[in-house]
Every structure is written in C-alpha cells, then in structure tokens.
Design a protein around this ligand. Structure first.
Ligand SMILES: [Zn+2]
Length: 368
C-alpha cells in the first residue's frame, strides 16, 4: 500500500495543472485496470481527465459507487519542501495530498483486491463503480455531471474522503457550500480637487459587508464569511469600484432560497453607487438522511468486529458526497485515511489505520 501511495503522492496533481493531473490519472488508471477494472478516462479540455472504473459483481444488482478525487490543492513542486515520507517514530505518513485524498484511493484499490482474492471471479457482492474526478478542490465544475450520472445508477455511495478527526469518525452530514460576489460601482473623483463629486465604492462596500455579516445564523448552521475584499486604485482617488467575495455554508437545503433572497435584496446606502450581486449555492448540503444513517450503522457494526469504535460526525466542509446525497442516494463519507492537516503543511495519515480501514471498506462492500 505504501509503495502505491508513494507513487500516487509523488505524481503531484494540482487541480489547475492538466498535464500533471493527467499523469497521475494515467498511473491510477493502470492500477485499476491491473485489478480487473474496466477503465474509462473521461476526456476534459481544461481539467484533468476524470477516471471511472467498473468492477463486476453479482448479476442484476445495482452497483455501489466508490467516490473520490485525485486532484490536490498543492502546486507543482510542493514535494521539494514537503516530501513523501514515513515517520516510524510517530507512525505517520506525510506528503501533499496523502490525506486528501490519495490514501483513500489506495484503500479502494486494496479493498477491491482483497475481495477478488477472497471470492475469485464469482463475486457475491454488488458490482462496484469507482469514480475519481479531477476538479473537486475547485468546485467539481466538470466532475459534477459525471458524479451525479454515476450515482443515479447506484444503490449507495461510499466516499473515501478523509475521516473526521484523529479518532477517524465517519461523516454523515456536510454543510452545503456556495459563494457570492458583491461588487459596488461608485464614481471616481480626485480626493482633493472635487471630493464631493465622488461616490466611494469602498465606503459603500464597507457598509454592505456589515449587512452581509448579519446573514450568519450559527444556531441554524448558516455561516456567511466575507473572505476576500478588494477595491480602489490610489489613496488620492475616491474609489470607483470595490468588491467582496463571500463564502456561505448551510446545514439545511431549505435555507438556500432565503439566503439567496437576502443577497438579492441588498440595496445601496449611497444612491450614487450601484450593486452587482452574483453567485449562489455550489454544493447542496449532505443532510443526515435515514439512508446515510443505515450505512453508518453498517460500518459501525463492521468496525466493532475489527476492533474499531467508529463515531459519526458532521462537518462544515463540502465534498462530492454533497452532490450524491443531494440526489437522495444514501451516502457515507469520511471512509478514507485517518490523519490531520488536510490543505496544510503537516498533512499526514496514521499508517496503522490504512489496512484496518481498507478491511472496513471491503467488509462494507461485501455486506451492502
Ligand atoms: Zn478531498
């Protein structure tokens, strides 16, 4: 497992670098083909080619979807300062994308291999579809249609994104994620010569940001974060333009429309300024449905037999599991590596959890 994980991590695959992502995809495709999968690479012009692999199972049964992504947030060359390494002192494996989520992909491979070794060619379990997209870290713009199409064919979805926390909790709920841009167009003027003729986009935007911040309702699981703000040109110019980019998270799908209305209802304080509001929900929330809870209970039961005590958790982060859950397909997330530091320099997994959670995944595929 470590040898393949090393190879997968060292084939760096930042979402925005197609040649690099495709090199990683070619390697993974060959590995899934070696395991007996029927592999399809879905060609893309900008993003890396998405990877799908079909594995046979008992005839007539709806397949299970093993879902993940092989793009990472790490730019090419990150390895130089953050190499793949195993620290035998603390039992961790480090490297860019090792937790999010190349360990999860390696787990898929070894679970499928274990099932094949146990059952030969007469698999009693459901057919398995593996779908790995290449733009998950940037919103799955091109991956989403494939993810949804695959999920519609499937009985349930198992997402191999990282587990929650060092105790390896499974994710049964995720917040929905979206973004808005609010742009103010004011009127420029010389700050000394004719200040009064100006309408400052910066002053207007500052007031709008305070309004937007009020949309947050933590008790309902709604957060609204003005995360990036830009505007103006020079200190001696009344700013003609300024804008803010806002991240929104919602726990309930039903809250999307209300938030949309609030953004649409923003109006300028200064009648000399105009507002342009764009954006919306990108990923619907993954709500804790009955189907998801059933999957969690099955995993928990299997975990007990493997000496693991598995809990469930909700997270504010989104994944492709949001899309499949949004379609009403039972989805269990966080089945991948256990570790910490996703998107951070200390990104790492616990080595000893790798085989155990692979056994859990194999057992889950067998039992569903
Ligand atoms: Zn991820």
């Amino acid at each position: 497992m470590l040898a393949i994980l090393k190879q997968a991590v060292e084939l760096e695959s930042p979402s925005d670098n197609k040649p690099a992502v495709d090199r990683c995809g070619q390697y993974l495709a060959a590995e899934f083909a070696r395991l007996g999968g029927r592999v399809t690479l879905h060609p893309q012009t900008e993003a890396g080619d998405h990877l799908q692999a079909e594995f046979p199972g008992r005839s007539g049964a709806k397949p299970l979807l093993l879902l993940g992504h092989f793009d990472t947030v790490w730019p090419l060359g990150t390895l130089a300062g953050m190499p793949f390494r195993v620290d035998s002192g603390n039992g961790r494996v480090y490297g860019p994308g090792v937790l999010d989520m190349k360990a999860g992909i390696v787990m898929m491979m070894f679970a499928l291999q274990a099932l094949r070794a146990a059952h030969g060619d007469s698999e009693p379990h459901r057919p398995v579809t593996v779908l790995l997209d290449t733009d998950e870290e940037v919103g799955s713009v091109t991956g989403r249609p494939l993810v949804e199409a695959a999920a519609r064919q499937c009985e349930a979805v198992l997402v191999l994104e990282p587990a929650q926390g060092m105790a390896g909790a499974l994710k049964t709920a995720r917040k929905g994620v979206g973004d808005y841009t609010v742009r103010v167009r004011g009127r420029a003027a010389h700050a000394g010569v004719d200040f009064e003729k100006g309408h400052s986009a910066i002053v207007e935007l500052s007031r709008q940001v305070l309004e937007i911040a009020k949309f947050t309702d933590v008790s309902r699981g709604i957060t609204v974060n003005p995360g990036v703000i830009q505007g103006g040109t020079r200190t001696n110019v009344v700013a003609a333009e300024a804008w803010v980019e806002v991240d929104i998270r919602i726990a309930r799908a039903a809250d999307a429309a209300g938030l949309q209305q609030k953004f649409a209802a923003l109006h300028p304080f200064d009648p000399g300024c105009r507002l342009e509001v764009s954006g919306g929900l990108n990923r619907p929330p993954m709500e804790r449905t009955e189907g998801t809870v059933r999957l969690f209970r099955a995993a928990q039961g299997l975990g007990n037999k493997l000496g693991m005590s598995l809990n469930e958790a909700a997270t504010g982060g989104g994944s492709d599991g949001n899309f499949t859950s949004g379609l009403g397909i039972p989805t269990l997330d966080g089945l991948g590596g256990v570790g910490e530091g996703a998107h951070a320099v200390h990104e790492s997994i616990l080595l000893e959890e790798l085989p155990r959670r692979t056994a859990l995944l194999a057992g889950l595929i067998e039992s569903l």
